[in-house]
Design a protein around this ligand. Structure first.
Ligand code: OSB
Ligand code: MG
Length: 370
């Protein structure tokens, strides 16, 4: 039984080591929303993966704060939960807002696993204590700078490189990268930047031997992706479009993708991510864990999810140093020469939030008794 006492939210601003540019915009500072729960006999941390603006998703850290305050706190007041997987039912009266829900559920899983004294990845049925990882490289100023960045990451041992693409930063870029790195496991992510009318243009991606093309079309365009899948040889991987387990089911039924990038925040929480895992496992569809430039708290949860048997492709879970000079949690995630990241051995998420760092990066904080 979990009896909650307090929910706190911390809004932080963490400067990124490198600006991160995608087809929908550029981020230089990550606005991170951390949530902590205090309950009978323990506490836990979760990270809301929403961004500062409604670009990747309609959710932002501010919409998440609003629904936590106006909807989740009243729903949770005086409520007991027997397990973290009860939370989605309690929050079900709230339509949408998967990332806000997921942040709370993450903190609840951390609290639960800490009380059990076990690493979260073992509790959810993980089968490996280290995970293969890749790196996601944003749109750069020019091709020579991109080639330098790819070379540096390959040198560090990353097992796969994902390039952000958009119209005007695609074919020429792929030609240059493939010429210099003919054997490199490579993928691209368009973050919804193309339309089905550009299918012929996307077809030209086929000659680069990509592992996948991620989310080429609109975030709500499953049918478009299903049609495009019939035209391309390169497997389509969906990210933005898979906004819930139900949407994952629809995407699989429609053959809109052959691979799914799972982000627990985007699908509504860890329980929902476990459901997506079951659906994909039943159909033999490979999964990998995506990222949202999380701090160590969010990355620890992603790493735990990536230990499940169906998560077989390299993940967007890179070393801490790739994102932040100083993270808010310890220990940092480090890359082994084999291109893997070992799971931290501690209980719960396995990372400890450093209170002084929260204070150092915090721009505002809230706390509610429940
Ligand atoms: O589309 O996968 C994406 C970052 C922010 C928002 C969306 C995406 C990404 C990434 C970076 O690709 C993944 C990471 O290393 O965290
Ligand atoms: Mg993506």
């Amino acid at each position: 039984m979990i009896e909650l006492k307090r929910i706190s939210a911390h809004l932080l601003e963490l400067p990124l080591v490198h600006p991160f540019r995608t087809s929908f915009g550029e981020e230089r500072v990550r606005r991170a929303l951390l949530v902590s729960l205090e309950g009978e006999g323990g506490s836990g941390w979760g990270e809301c993966v929403a961004g500062a603006g409604p670009w990747y998703s309609y959710e932002t850290v501010y919409t998440a704060l609003a629904v936590i305050k106006e909807a989740f706190v009243p729903l949770l007041r005086g409520r007991r939960l027997s397990h973290p997987s009860d939370l989605p039912r309690v929050l079900a009266p709230v339509r949408g807002h998967p990332m806000a829900k997921a942040a709370l559920e993450a903190a609840l899983w951390d609290l639960h696993a800490r009380r059990e004294g076990k690493p979260l990845w073992r509790i959810i049925g993980g089968v490996r204590d280290r995970i293969p990882v890749g790196v996601s490289i944003g749109i750069q100023e020019d091709i020579p700078s991109l080639l330098d960045r790819v070379a540096a990451f390959v040198e560090q041992g990353y097992r796969r490189v994902k390039l952000k693409v958009k119209p005007g930063w695609d074919i020429q870029v792929l030609e240059a990268v493939r010429e210099r790195f003919p054997e490199l496991p490579l993928s691209v992510d368009a973050n919804c930047a193309y339309t089905l009318e550009e299918a012929d243009h996307l077809k030209a991606f086929d000659r680069f031997g990509l592992m996948m093309v991620e989310q080429p079309l609109g975030y709500d365009d499953l049918l478009g992706h299903a049609k495009l899948a019939g035209l391309l040889e390169t497997p389509i991987c969906l990210d933005e479009s898979v906004s819930s387990p139900h949407r994952a089911w629809e995407a699989l039924e429609l053959s809109a993708c052959r691979i799914i990038n799972v982000k627990q925040g985007r699908v509504g929480g860890l329980s929902a991510a476990l459901e997506v895992h079951e659906l994909a496992q039943a159909r033999g569809v490979p999964l990998w864990c995506g990222g949202m430039l999380e701090t160590g708290v969010g990355r620890a949860l992603n790493a735990a999810l990536a230990t499940l048997p169906g998560f077989t492709l390299p993940h967007d879970i890179s070393a801490t140093s790739r994102y932040y000079h100083q993270d808010i949690a310890e220990p940092p995630f480090a890359l082994t020469p084999e291109g893997t990241i070992p799971l931290p051995p501690g209980p719960g998420l396995g990372v400890e939030v450093v209170p002084e760092r929260i204070l150092a990066f915090q721009v505002a904080a809230w706390s509610w008794r429940v």
